[in-house]
Write a protein that binds this ligand. Structure first.
Ligand code: SF4
Length: 411
């Protein structure tokens, strides 16, 4: 899902990226698209907490509403990723159909965003998803698609590219062993690579024909199980896809299944690994390995933490995270909805989002985060506190059996 506007100076400019865990994340000016050792360590710095109950305004944007909307259009998904923050495929899909789907699309358009990301779940399982995207485009809203590539053939690749301004395919390993283990499905590597090859072929043909189309790229969620493959993304995978424009390495952060204690112990990077991954030297190195013309980025995803002092100082980013049926999450990484786009007026939605970010429980839980382990523990607390009874039942039923790699726990 997922994270940050990327300036490209072409189609897709400014569209947010999902960030980690295959999910869209908070974008906006607050998001550090690329790397930054300094930013990557923000959560381990000791900072004063925002005063409890302090007013926490939503950051204004020119239109007075969200600049970016991340719509998890369905929770249906053929994959079973070990780090999925939305637990798609393990819960009811909740996606709307027919008129109701169009109604929600129009309600989102009425918020006058600049960019909409269609994510999930797997958006391509939703009937009419391309029509939905065109409806946004016709209204002047730029669109991006995040997909696992599970079900993309050549014709669909072309349709996707001529519909969306940007397409990201999740690839979490350079080998079937690693990718399939993380993604929880045999053949998911082959299917993702096929999708990428089809997108590449379609992109080159459309360019040759002079047909306007979007760009495509790879989003990789970085964790311990694939950390040693990043160079290979640049040297072995990228050269297979000459028309590909972006390769994003996003740090896996503790949300949803990735907040499980076992996952945090075995798969989340430790602070030293995060610092190395997000250092300028590491990014420079990765870029030096990649084919010319490919934009390689490392995203620390730290904005997803939603540090109370950052929010107090800068306001809530103008990004709306919308669940399949229009429910609005207050904070994308943590459970808890505060409004519904079909029911509630925009100003009510924003007020509730801001109020949740300033809730004393939230401020206390997130203000104390110093390490990745702290962050995972805080995420679990917030999910318990603000999740629905169904969410809590799902959490209680989680198991450690689908951890991607039996790596030794951290010392
Ligand atoms: S592909 Fe499906 S299961 Fe995997 S992270 Fe994305 S939504 Fe979750």
């Amino acid at each position: 899902m997922p994270t940050r506007p990327r300036r490209r100076g072409r189609l897709g400019e400014g569209i947010v990226s999902p960030g980690r865990n295959g999910k869209p994340a908070r974008p906006g000016p607050l998001s550090g698209t690329t790397v930054a050792g300094r930013r990557s360590r923000r959560y381990v710095q000791s900072r004063p907490h925002a005063p409890r109950g302090r007013e926490c305004p939503v950051k204004e944007n020119s239109g007075g509403g969200p600049t970016d909307i991340i719509w998890e259009i369905t929770y249906a998904c053929p994959l079973r990723c070990t780090h999925c923050y939305s637990e798609s495929g393990r819960r009811p899909s909740r996606h709307l159909k027919g008129e109701r789907l169009l109604e929600l699309t129009d309600a989102l358009i009425a918020l006058r965003p600049r960019n909409v990301v269609l994510a999930g779940g797997e958006p391509l399982v939703v009937n009419g998803v391309l029509d939905i995207a065109r409806r946004f485009t016709d209204a002047g809203v730029r669109t991006a698609l995040y997909t696992s590539g599970w079900n993309v053939d050549r014709a669909k690749a072309e349709a996707i590219l001529t519909t969306f301004q940007r397409v990201a395919v999740s690839l979490d390993g350079t080998t079937p062993e690693v990718h399939n283990r993380i993604r929880g499905r045999d053949r998911s590597f082959d299917r993702a690579m096929n999708a990428l090859r089809f997108l590449d072929e379609a992109s080159r043909e459309l360019t040759a024909q002079g047909v306007a189309h979007g760009t495509f790229g790879i989003d990789c969620s970085v964790m311990r199980g694939n950390l040693d493959q990043l160079d290979e993304f640049c040297t072995r995978i990228a050269p297979l896809l000459p028309a590909m424009r972006t390769l994003v390495f996003g740090l896996t952060v503790p949300g949803g299944l990735a907040s499980r204690e076992e996952f945090a112990e075995h798969e989340l990077l430790d602070d030293e690994q995060v610092a190395r991954l997000t250092s300028r030297e590491r990014t420079r190195h990765l870029r030096s390995l990649a084919p010319a013309g490919l934009s390689v980025m490392v995203d620390d995803n730290m904005r997803l933490l939603m540090r109370p002092d950052d929010i107090a100082a800068n306001g809530v980013p103008p990004v709306l995270q919308v669940e399949p049926d229009g429910d609005v999450r207050a904070m994308s990484s943590y459970l808890g909805t505060v409004a519904n786009v079909l029911r509630d007026a925009p100003e009510v939605i924003w007020e509730r989002v801001a109020a949740r970010c300033a809730d004393p429980f939230v401020v206390e839980a997130l203000g104390g985060v110093r390490t990745m382990r702290d962050w995972a523990a805080a995420a679990r607390r917030l999910d318990q506190r603000f999740g629905t009874p169904a969410d809590r039942a799902r959490i209680a039923a989680r198991t450690a059996t689908d951890l991607p790699a039996r790596l030794p726990a951290r010392p």
